[in-house]
Design a protein around this ligand. Structure first.
Ligand SMILES: *Cc1c(COP(=O)(O)O)cnc(C)c1O
Length: 351
């Protein structure tokens, strides 16, 4: 089985090797050193400002979304959510459940975010902005620099879900005015699921340390205190942390620009071939993390099943109203040009 999914994805042999080992006990100096090294490398890959912090939270990406909202906002805030699909809707749900004061900038399928739409919310007293920089349900990549500039001009704190964007799209936490940003282990990091990485700048750290969060597990204050010595308040996903250490050591040698360029090359290569097949891509800007193929004949889900059963390849189907319309092909994890050539051959046969 070959995974062209967005998490779990094809893992690297080094990661599989790390994952096969007995886990160590973690309340040790040795484990603390590993965690502190992860913090340093992770923040550098994000171009985080000086004195930024990393939190390792044992949770899925959605756990990180909820945790970010609970800690990064409070009842006094007026929150704006960019809602362009399934993950934007999830932010709205979280804010509703936590009785927060929020508004949505809704984008219909096919509609892209632009400055005009954002400017309608200028001068409206917004204090926090939540965005899934790559809305994974549609593949749309929002212009984070544009959003960051808007936030800076309006004195808004920016909280970014980069679960499917970290490593595949270009992110500069400092330049783009991002206060809090997070990812999950099973997406482009290509690790086992279960670990969320949340980076915060000093301004957000100050906010969190004064925020009253009504949760034992999701209150980030003890995480920040423990992180000073490379520890977590509760037993973390020890195995995934060791996978992360191995992967970051490797990625760090290449540098973020190279890594993003590699993902872009794969995405561009595949998209070119898709267009040659006469298939349709959306008009909005795309993340390098996945290619959404639009099926004007309504056979997206049917094609997903056929490719899975006939060729043992797993593409990423859409749920809800896009199920028959959009089929997504991931560009994360251990996939090569040859893998895409094979997929194109299969697509040619079934179409
Ligand atoms: C996958 C994803 C999530 C949720 O991750 P889970 O691990 O499935 O909870 C959140 N946001 C985005 C943008 C994602 O792509």
């Amino acid at each position: 089985m070959k995974l062209f999914t967005v998490g779990p994805v094809e893992m690297y042999s080094d990661t599989l090797n790390v994952a096969s080992k007995q886990l160590p006990y973690f309340r040790t100096k040795e484990f603390s050193d590993i965690v502190l090294d992860i913090q340093e490398k992770f923040l550098k890959l994000l171009k985080a400002p000086q004195e930024s912090k990393l939190i390792l939270l044992t949770a899925s990406g959605t756990g990180a979304m909820e945790c970010a909202v609970m800690n990064g906002t409070c009842s006094k805030d007026k929150i704006l959510i960019i809602n362009g699909g399934g993950f934007g809707r999830r932010f709205c749900e979280i804010c509703r459940i936590h009785h927060l004061n929020y508004e949505c900038l809704n984008l219909k399928f096919g509609e892209s975010l632009n400055e005009d739409k954002l400017m309608k919310f200028s001068g409206k007293g917004i204090t926090k902005l939540l965005v899934n920089v790559h809305e994974t349900s549609t593949g749309q990549l929002y212009d984070l620099q544009m959003i960051g500039n808007f936030c800076k001009e309006n004195n808004i704190s920016l909280i970014v879900d980069a679960v499917s964007s970290f490593l595949v799209d270009y992110i500069d936490m400092e330049k783009m005015n991002v206060d809090m940003i997070f990812t999950g282990s099973q997406k482009a990091l290509a690790l086992s699921p279960g670990l969320a990485c949340i980076a915060i700048n000093p301004k957000m750290e100050r906010f969190i340390m004064e925020n009253n969060v009504e949760s034992l597990y999701f209150d980030l204050k003890p995480y920040l205190v423990n992180m000073k010595r490379g520890q977590t308040p509760f037993t973390p996903a020890v195995g995934v942390i060791l996978e992360l250490k191995d992967r970051l050591d490797n990625l760090y040698n290449y540098g973020i620009d190279f890594i993003v360029a590699e993902h872009k090359n794969k995405a561009d290569y595949f998209r070119n071939e898709i267009i040659k097949l006469g298939l349709t891509l959306p008009n909005y800007p795309l993340s390098n993390g996945l290619t959404p193929i639009i099926f004007t004949n309504g056979k997206a889900y049917e094609t997903f099943l056929e490719i899975k059963e006939k060729y043992d390849m797993m593409l990423t189907p859409n749920g809800g109203e896009l199920a028959d319309k959009v089929l997504r092909v991931g560009h994360m994890g251990n996939l090569t040009k040859e893998d895409y050539d094979n997929l194109i051959k299969c697509l040619k046969e079934v179409l």
